[in-house]
Design a protein around this ligand. Structure first.
Ligand code: SF4
Length: 444
């Protein structure tokens, strides 16, 4: 019997691979780029000058199907696409890049101006949800829902690759005022000790699992050893199972990471990995499945979520397959989100009524075990709003909605109605039904 109560990483027989970032600077050097046309390469340069672009050797070599370019969903998930910028923004940047006399300062300035028109901080994330400690506003935390505190460890504010649809895209651009960060584990501990209503801490980023295991342990220990019995659940939001599954197996501190997770579970707490899987292909590699196996063996619950994204997964078959595969691998389908009102929403967004149809059709195809999933849901300023369906009430076509989570706990679970709007992509495109001047949660 091994002294650990989970398999050591060498038994998984995974070779150690060196992480290589692929960005705007070096993407033209990878052999796969020969599969792209000159126009596609230029579009990557133009869009990648405005929105963040980073992928890596695992994704390029094992996930993207280069025989299926430009339609491959994982390619679209990682490589900037022309349609992600509206034509006037694309043309402005393309002209600057074409023109040999343009200075890099001019490109930076134009990129900044375009970004500011893309709603870089949707739903008041930065200002509205920041909590206070001893009269001081805390930078690396958000406390929006009573039971849950979001913690943004400063070392975890990047990712192993950037999703083209990411709603936190602006924090990867180094625009300081748009970036949350905090490294003091003791501030987290102090805050939590004063807030006994909090039961859950969600580590988020970026991707907290970009951190060294020892750094993450410092934060986890602040909770476990910090006399905080009211903290029952620790969640870690991550896309590492897709973007760098070696993190859990052959990276040099993979065993330390497992030990850190084990310690959380031994403390009697629930440890949930909030995994982002946008497409079933992401969980089909041998290494991703081994990583899931290892986490499950340690006792980590894996809950899966993704936005519904045009060009990537706007198909009920894809979602049904995703949820079935998740269940088969021992993961729990959790959320289908609506793409947020930021960045390239015009490219990835799916109208709300279609989102509901896709959700419903996919839901019909799976057994009860996969129906743990909730959605389609908008993580909006007042709370997480689920689209329950389309109905006819008093001869009016309406959306029925409800809060799954809300700033005010009293709003949760209350159905409400919005006028049917065909092209609505987000809450702010909706108007209350039946002539009401405002929704019940909006103050006069
Ligand atoms: S992994 Fe998450 S935070 Fe990172 S780029 Fe993708 S969506 Fe954004």
């Amino acid at each position: 019997m091994h002294h650990l109560d989970y398999l050591p990483n060498y038994l998984y027989n995974i070779p150690s691979i060196k992480y290589q970032a692929i960005t705007l600077r070096n993407f033209k050097t990878i052999p796969q780029v020969q599969k792209l046309t000159g126009e596609q390469i230029f579009a990557i340069e133009v869009v990648g000058s405005v929105l963040p672009f980073k992928t890596n050797n695992y994704i390029v070599e094992h996930l993207i199907d280069w025989e299926n370019i430009p339609d491959d969903p994982i390619y679209i998930l990682n490589f900037p696409q022309k349609g992600m910028l509206k034509p006037h923004h694309f043309n402005r940047m393309a002209d600057l890049i074409h023109n040999r006399t343009t200075t890099s300062e001019e490109i930076r300035k134009a990129a900044h101006e375009i970004r500011m028109e893309l709603n870089p901080n949707p739903d008041g994330q930065i200002e509205r949800n920041r909590p206070f400690l001893n009269g001081k506003k805390l930078k690396g935390m958000q406390h929006k829902y009573r039971e849950t505190v979001l913690f943004f460890p400063s070392q975890g504010q990047t990712c192993h690759a950037y999703c083209t649809f990411c709603f936190r895209w602006s924090q990867f651009l180094g625009i300081d005022e748009l970036r949350f960060a905090m490294h003091e584990a003791d501030v987290l501990q102090q805050y939590l000790s004063k807030h006994t209503e909090v039961t859950d801490v969600l580590f988020t980023g970026g991707d907290p699992l970009i951190m060294k295991a020892n750094t993450l342990t410092t934060y986890l220990d602040a909770i476990i050893d910090g006399d905080l019995p009211h903290i029952r659940n620790i969640r870690i939001g991550t896309k590492a199972l897709t973007y760098w599954p070696y993190r859990f197996l052959s990276d040099e501190d993979a065993d330390t990471l497992m030990a850190a997770f084990r310690k959380v579970i031994r403390s009697g707490r629930h440890l949930a990995l909030m995994a982002h899987f946008n497409h079933p292909r992401e969980m089909q590699t041998d290494i991703a499945q081994k990583a899931i196996h290892r986490l499950r063996q340690v006792g980590v619950e894996i809950r899966c979520q993704s936005p519904l994204l045009a060009h990537i997964n706007d198909d009920p078959e894809v979602w049904a397959q995703l949820w079935k595969d998740e269940v088969r691998l021992g993961c729990i389908p959790y959320y289908m989100f609506i793409a947020r009102d930021t960045g390239a929403q015009h490219y990835f967004g799916v109208p709300l009524h279609l989102a509901w149809q896709i959700f419903r059709q996919a839901y019909q195809k799976v057994s009860g075990l996969a129906r743990t999933v909730r959605g389609p849901a908008m993580s909006s300023d007042p709370g997480k709003i689920q689209i329950l369906g389309l109905s006819n009430v008093r001869n009016q076509k309406v959306f029925t909605l409800r809060f799954l989570q809300a700033r005010n706990p009293d709003w949760v679970g209350r159905p409400f109605f919005a006028r049917f709007t065909k092209n609505a992509l987000w809450l702010n495109d909706l108007k209350p039904a039946f002539g009401n001047p405002r929704f019940f949660f909006q103050s006069p």
